[in-house]
Design a protein around this ligand. Structure first.
Ligand SMILES: Nc1ncnc2c1ncn2[C@@H]1O[C@H](COP(=O)(O)OP(=O)(O)OP(=O)(O)O)[C@@H](O)[C@H]1O
Length: 287
């Protein structure tokens, strides 16, 4: 396992997570720095969502430590976590016919007592989130009437409206068309690099002005293009971590994903053949 190249705003130290006797994370040490986009990559079942949920204290950790700045995350009061962390869960959905604007406004909940009216700052944050996700024209529509990609952007608007210093997004572009994939990745990249200090700054990590953005991605081309750092998970362990250009290479990725990859000059990374002896696109055992 590589040592984390930079301990930053958010870090895991040797964490072990087991559920019902199955070890999901087995001694994971990694970090996500402020002002950088950290891509969390790895095959299905590698433990990416489990790690994200561990960062958020949504997943119980058997041993090891999650650090937020220099504090053990278990010592950070829940109301601080609510403000400082924004989480976009994988495949999240909303079953109530709330308007798109109301969904974005949920991102402001951590700033208020229940049922309090939104103030000017809240309204501005919601308006900005709707504009950044291209949803202004749809803001009055019930989310239940939106397409899958529009719904995914509405959920992302909630995350943006929160103005949290740490954004953890689990496959935020999985349902999006190519235009919106690029738009959202550019937006998340911008939040990391120019995102400002919105978290009060009393207990966070390196204060270099941006947010910590951690994104679970299956598109290795997007990871190559938009991530500053990458954590490659494999079977609950860190197979490699470091600057994206050092990790998104055939040497690191092909054995873990079990595919031959084509690295195009455009930045695209495409699987071209499986490495288990079966030609790409043919069923197992085909001649
Ligand atoms: N409650 C549970 N009991 C047993 N195994 C579990 C439980 N929850 C998750 N797992 C297993 O833990 C492993 C890691 O799951 P996780 O969702 O973190 O993977 P992932 O890397 O996010 O995968 P994907 O890319 O498919 O979303 C998987 O094999 C999953 O089946």
């Amino acid at each position: 396992m590589n040592a984390p190249h930079a301990m930053g705003a958010l870090a895991a130290r040797d964490i072990i997570v087991s559920v019902d006797g199955t070890r999901l994370l087995d001694g994971v040490t990694c970090a996500a720095a402020r002002g950088r986009v950290t891509g969390l990559i790895g095959p299905n079942g590698a433990g990416k969502s489990t790690l994200l949920r561990s960062f958020l204290r949504l997943q119980a950790v058997d041993s090891g430590q999650i650090l937020f700045g220099d504090r053990d995350i278990t010592t950070v009061p829940p109301h601080r976590l609510g403000r400082d962390f924004a989480y976009l869960a994988q495949g999240q959905t909303i079953h109530w016919p709330l308007s798109v604007e109301a969904v974005a406004a949920l991102g402001r909940d951590a700033y208020h007592t229940p049922f309090a009216r939104m103030d000017d700052e809240d309204q501005a944050a919601v308006a900005h989130a709707l504009s950044a996700t291209g949803l202004e024209a749809l803001k009055a529509r019930p989310v239940t009437s939106l397409s899958g990609g529009e719904k995914a952007r509405a959920l992302l608007a909630r995350v943006l409206a929160s103005e949290a210093g740490v954004i953890l997004a689990d496959e935020p572009v999985a349902a999006l068309d190519p235009y919106h994939q690029l738009a959202i990745m550019e937006l998340l990249h911008g939040l990391a690099h120019d995102g400002g200090d919105n978290d009060g700054g009393d207990n966070d990590g390196e204060n270099n002005g941006g947010r910590s953005v951690v994104i679970v991605l299956h598109d290795l081309g997007l990871a190559r293009r938009f991530c500053d750092d990458v954590i490659l998970l494999h079977r609950g362990t860190v197979a490699a971590s470091g600057p994206a250009q050092d990790i998104i290479t055939p040497e690191h990725l092909e054995p873990v994903y079990r595919v031959r990859l084509d690295f195009a000059a455009s930045g695209a990374v495409q699987p071209v053949a499986r490495l288990d002896g079966t030609p790409d696109g043919q069923p197992d055992g085909a001649p």
